[in-house]
Ligand binder design. Structure first.
Ligand code: 5GP
Ligand code: MN
Length: 328
């Protein structure tokens, strides 16, 4: 069977995509793979289900990012590469449109959940800290030198998924790659400023109000913040990254799970869970059709906000009880 690097050489017209609301890892990995395929002489376009967030706009200096609204025609392609997710369902409506063209689907990913997901070919390592790290490995396997734009992309992937090197997934590969990327000219502090130091004047108020909604449950082991539509609309207007709510809650002594529930415009609830310690939050969100990693996972729950709060509290309680039973 052909290896994944062989596959990248053999196919010709690539369309790179990823999950809805693409994050830094997804966009950084796409950046790096775009330049790898270009170096191999392939045709390649990036088409995401959503436009890229303002904090990532520095990527567009060297890399063209597209996104497809329902009415937009799609470019020609014979191969779809899914990055930072493994199921077409995570690509939203665009996923269905892509499948109608009957392309070869390839997956480059590090999430838990069936080796290949929807991919016919795959390059997956659930132990890799970031999808961008996998694309860096592909450069090595193909003997292609990493250019400046791709280096910036890989660095973005690493910092996005390790919380700027703070999480337990920041392993030796991450630090070795980061050292090499900085040595090659990546300006880490400039990227930090681009990502986190251009906030809207209302962002501090939104953060304060979001944090004020938090509740400690289950004897202080679960910290939960539920953001209703009104607060979410303010957050969207201020281009506020709600991930900022997670960290202060995660820092409270005794908290083992943080749950951030966001009511969406369509009434569904986007839930993000983060774990400290040994609770497996991927297993918790799997009960609601979600996925992710052991310590960071999410799901879209089709129920009212109050019902989602109760459901998550119940599921976390069960997980903590099961953990206690295992330990005794
Ligand atoms: P976040 O909470 O930041 O949205 O996501 C945390 C992790 O869970 C990420 O790795 C993300 O890809 C994954 N994740 C978030 N939402 C979903 C979802 O609805 N389905 C699946 N399968 N994974 C998700
Ligand atoms: Mn990722």
């Amino acid at each position: 069977m052909a290896t994944f690097p062989d596959f990248l050489r053999q196919k010709q017209r690539f369309l790179l995509t990823g999950h809805e609301n693409p994050d830094g890892d997804c966009l950084g990995a796409q950046t790096a793979l775009y330049h790898l395929l270009t170096a191999l002489g392939q045709q390649v376009v990036i088409v995401n289900p959503d436009p890229i967030g303002r904090s990532f706009d520095f990527l567009t200096r060297h890399t063209p990012f597209g996104h497809a609204r329902a009415e937009d025609p799609l470019p020609e392609f014979d191969t779809v590469v899914l990055l930072d997710c493994n199921q077409m369902s995570r690509v939203g409506q665009l996923g269905q449109r892509l499948l109608q063209k009957r392309p070869t689907v390839a997956v480059v990913d590090h999430h838990i959940g069936g080796d290949a997901g929807d991919g016919m070919v795959h390059y997956v390592d659930v132990k890799a800290a970031a999808t961008g790290a996998l694309v860096r490995r592909l450069y090595r396997e193909l003997g292609v030198p990493l250019g400046a734009a791709a280096a910036e992309g890989v660095f973005l992937s690493l910092v996005a998924d390790t919380g700027w090197f703070r999480y337990s997934n920041a392993d030796a590969e991450v630090f070795a790659m980061a050292g090499e990327l900085i040595a090659s000219g990546v300006d880490g502090s400039r990227i930090y400023d681009a990502l986190y130091r251009r906030n809207h004047p209302d962002s501090a108020g939104v953060l304060a109000d979001a944090l004020a909604r938090h509740q400690l449950k289950l004897g202080g082991r679960l910290a939960m913040a539920a953001l209703d539509k009104t607060l979410m609309e303010r957050a969207t207007r201020a281009d506020f990254d709600t991930d900022a709510v997670l960290d202060p809650l995660r820092s409270i002594e005794g908290v083992e799970v943080v749950a951030l529930l966001k009511e969406r415009y369509d009434g569904a609830v986007k839930c993000s869970l983060r774990a400290r310690g040994d609770v497996d939050v991927q297993a918790i969100v799997a009960q609601f059709g979600g996925g992710g990693h052991k310590k960071a996972a999410g799901a879209t729950m089709k129920m009212p906000l109050a019902a989602a709060e109760a459901a998550i509290e119940g599921a976390v309680q069960q997980a903590l009880l099961a953990q206690a039973a295992r330990l005794t």
